[in-house]
Design a protein around this ligand. Structure first.
Ligand code: XMP
Length: 307
């Protein structure tokens, strides 16, 4: 089935783009990765994949994406490190919606500049069926580069429009993507910026990046398969004891949820020894953190992310 789908989409993209050029915002997530590799099969180097480092990516992610797509898949990859710009624009911003808006705006500005230089006619997007079916009731302003095609005067190509997430994962496997990509957990567009509550600074992001990596590693080691597993820096300091000295340090919340589509979710009954290992590692490997809490709230009433 996938062979035929791939053949048809490759042909479609080839016909539509003709001798022209196309751009894609590659995030390293499942959807944009699959769309990029599919389009690359169709038009090769005339696909320009733009990968923006916002400063809010997971541990090792910029290196991983550059190696996988730039070297292994041979994509025409434009790597843009815009992290200083994002941190600068977010200075003093603490409101969750405001943070999302600033990140969305800066992302579009950065992408616009790069796409302008490439002088492309088409924009490939990894939109999948739920993205346009559920308009999500606008609980959070999601950052999925909406509005880009109009602003850039680009013609939109959405090869994955009719697929659901599990199908996109299958397709990714069929296209030879590494399992780390096709089976990965969802990660929000604004990235780790919405996993530090309050102001986003390089120091606070560094803490949460490390904590997220520990949570992901331990959940994987325990062979658990949640919808998502992550850590959040709460911005609350609590008292602890280190040796026989009083400590006053940051608190991290751990969230692990099961879900089918992200619309509703339940907190996962992670075995206690796994939780304790996570807490031990976070407090011993991250000197700024003195306490770890586990979030047992379902969605609703909470959302999956904290902001
Ligand atoms: P919430 O927090 O609204 O999240 O319960 C539902 C799912 O969506 C992910 N999420 C995002 N995905 N852009 C995305 O593509 C975003 O801005 C964004 N914000 C949240 C979240 O991780 C969860 O899987």
């Amino acid at each position: 089935m996938w062979e035929r789908f791939i053949g048809e989409k490759v042909e479609e993209i080839r016909e539509t783009v003709g001798d022209g050029r196309a751009v894609i915002a590659l995030s390293g997530g499942v959807d944009s990765s699959v769309a990029a590799v599919l389009a690359h099969r169709a038009i090769g180097d005339r696909l320009h994949a733009v990968f923006v480092n916002t400063g809010f990516l997971r541990k090792g992610e910029p290196e991983f994406v550059r190696k996988t797509f730039g070297e292994e898949f041979g994509l025409n990859l434009h790597y843009i490190d815009a992290s200083e710009r994002f941190f600068g624009e977010l200075r003093g911003v603490t409101d969750p919606e405001e943070k999302r808006k600033v990140i969305g705006r800066v992302f579009i500005e950065v992408f616009e500049e790069v796409a302008g230089e490439i002088d492309a006619e088409f924009l490939i997007q990894g939109t999948i069926a739920p993205d346009w079916i559920e308009s999500r009731g606008k609980i959070k302003s999601h950052h999925n580069v909406g509005g880009l095609p109009e602003r850039l005067n680009l013609k939109l190509i959405e090869p994955l429009r009719d697929l659901y997430k599990d199908e996109v994962r299958e397709l990714g496997r069929e296209l030879g993507l590494p399992e780390k990509i096709y089976s990965r957990m969802p990660f929000p567009g604004p990235g780790l910026a919405v996993r530090v509550l309050g102001e986003v600074t390089p120091e606070r992001i560094a803490i949460v990046r490390e904590a997220n990596a520990i949570v992901e590693e331990e959940i994987e080691k325990a062979k658990l398969k949640p919808w998502q597993a992550f850590a959040v820096l709460l911005g609350v300091k609590t008292v602890g004891v280190q040796g026989d000295i009083r400590a006053y340090k940051e608190t991290v919340a751990v969230r692990v949820v099961e879900s089918l589509d992200g619309m509703t979710a339940s907190a996962m009954a992670v075995p206690f020894d796994v939780l304790q290992r996570i807490a031990f590692r976070i407090t011993s490997e991250i000197p700024e953190v003195g306490r770890v809490l586990y979030d047992v709230t379902n969605k609703p009433p909470a959302t999956i992310e904290f902001e």
